[in-house]
Design a binder for this molecule. Structure first.
Ligand code: DX5
Ligand code: ZN
Length: 222
């Protein structure tokens, strides 16, 4: 993985264009595929089911998968065993809805997954603290979860700095991921603020020249 990697969220792609757009994104150089899983309960929407994720994996064999669960524990219990078969690299679960973080992370580890927590823009970062030493990744949401194409919450800049200081202070090495409403100029700012993984959905999908956009994202890479 690069220092700052760019993942594509596929949520805003019309279903009948999923295969062609995904092939295009892979050809143009995305670093990972971000898959949004919803249950119309924790968030007021539905997204990809396991079968669709399997088809995506079949196309994206050489690109790591990052699965973002926005579901209640009940839904998670029902679907997680299937998702373990997906051979994903990372999985994140929302702190707002989790009951037993330790047990879940153990199960992920046994299945070869780098697990971590996701957190909504309005949730206090302090809620993550007791679990940070067990996280391989922390996903900071920069929009309320549920929909693509929303506006980036500017408070995220301060939150990422706080999280990164916590990481340094506690001498931990989890990855910091940011997701929601990110456009190229914002992505470049996030890179300077120690975001390791940056997820872009609608702003990338709508580009006619995705390769140039992705090259531009990586341009100041050091
Ligand atoms: C929102 C999802 C995001 C979203 C990103 O619930 O978690 O991954 O699809 O898409 P944009 O970049 O359009 O906000
Ligand atoms: Zn997401």
């Amino acid at each position: 993985m690069k220092n700052h990697s760019l993942g594509a969220s596929l949520l805003s792609i019309p279903p009948f264009e999923l295969a062609s757009k995904l092939n295009e994104l892979i050809k143009c150089g995305i670093d990972f595929v971000h898959l949004d899983i919803m249950d119309a309960n924790f968030v007021p929407n539905l997204a990809f089911n396991y079968e669709t994720c399997q088809s995506i994996k079949a196309l994206a064999t050489a690109v790591p998968l990052d699965v973002h669960f926005m579901v209640t524990p009940r839904a998670l219990k029902a679907i997680l065993p299937s998702f373990f078969k997906l051979n994903a690299s990372w999985m994140t679960f929302h702190i707002e809805t989790l009951s037993s973080v330790e047990e879940l992370f153990d199960e992920c580890r046994r299945n070869g997954i780098q697990a971590g927590l996701a957190i909504n823009p309005d949730t206090d970062l302090a809620s993550l603290e007791p679990h940070l030493d067990q996280c391989r990744i922390v996903l900071l949401m920069s929009v309320p979860p549920g929909y693509g194409g929303q506006a980036f919450d500017e408070n995220t800049f301060e939150r990422i700095q706080k999280l990164s200081s916590l990481r340094d202070k506690k001498n931990l090495d989890f990855l910091i991921e940011v997701d929601g409403g990110i456009k190229l100029a914002i992505a470049k700012q996030l890179k300077t603020l120690s975001a390791d993984m940056i997820v872009i959905g609608s702003d990338l999908i709508k580009q006619s020249n995705k390769q140039r956009y992705i090259q531009d994202f990586h341009k100041t890479e050091t």
